[in-house]
Design a protein around this ligand. Structure first.
Ligand code: AMP
Length: 221
């Protein structure tokens, strides 16, 4: 399967993508994770991206397309993938289309995770991320067993610098400017499936899996 996850920051794309990748044996391509790794390692890309990320703005498209192109040269994408965090605007959707054409890739579905602003702000302002494995927790919705420690690998948890309330509002504003263009683009291609992501993560996950199975079966006919 080749899946794109769309939706506002805080809709749970990262959490769902990680679980889906595990369950369906797919590569998880998260542009946010790749950028954060680059920032942490102090690479040239990381240095260029850092300021945009801290201000809740989009990293320029040219940097993103180069990064994505490189990611699609890696072997693991051949088994199928979940793309999380890209595209964020129409120009990126067109770039992606170009990469797919070159690599002869057909996308199976674009799952749009819909979420309300109040749920998004509550989720993001309480989000905790593992500094080693990237697992997500939440101060109240999904607290770790031990305060500040990742249940999965034992490393320390931190709050992302862009998960402060002011930056969350900016990210939502940036997102809403581009959202409808992207939705239309994938609707016209008959690839878009809308799901409500306000409920429990497990229920949303099961809905995406059910949808992808249905699609997979219909593609086999
Ligand atoms: P995320 O983890 O997907 O919420 O992304 C965190 C931040 O990384 C965003 O607020 C942007 O600054 C940057 N970023 C991630 N993906 C993209 C993208 N496709 N285009 C531009 N910037 C991005």
């Amino acid at each position: 399967m080749r899946i794109i996850l769309l939706g506002p920051p805080g809709a749970g794309k990262g959490t769902q993508a990680k679980r889906l990748a595990d369950k369906m044996n797919l590569a998880h391509i998260s542009t946010g994770d790749i950028l954060r790794r680059n920032v942490l390692e102090g690479t040239a890309l990381g240095k260029e991206a850092k300021d945009f990320m801290e201000r809740g703005l989009l990293v320029p498209d040219e940097l993103m397309s180069k990064m994505l192109f490189e990611r699609f040269t890696q072997q693991d994408v051949k088994k199928g993938f979940i793309l999380d965090g890209y595209p964020r605007n129409l120009a990126q959707a067109i770039t992606l289309e170009g990469i797919f054409k070159q690599k002869d890739i057909d996308i199976d579905m674009v799952a749009y995770l819909d979420s309300s602003d109040s749920v998004i702000i509550q989720r993001l302002s309480g989000r905790l991320v593992c500094s080693a494995c990237g697992a997500n927790f939440h101060k109240t919705n999904m607290p770790p067993n031990k305060n500040g420690i990742c249940d999965k690998c034992g490393a320390s948890l931190f709050q992302r610098t862009d998960d402060k309330e002011e930056t969350i509002k900016k990210r939502l504003e940036v997102y809403k400017k581009e959202d409808s263009g992207l939705i239309k683009y994938y609707q016209q291609k008959n690839k878009l499936y809308r799901l409500s992501a306000d409920g429990e993560a497990e229920a949303v996950l099961n809905e995406i899996i059910a949808l992808s199975k249905k699609l997979h079966d219909s593609l086999k006919v």
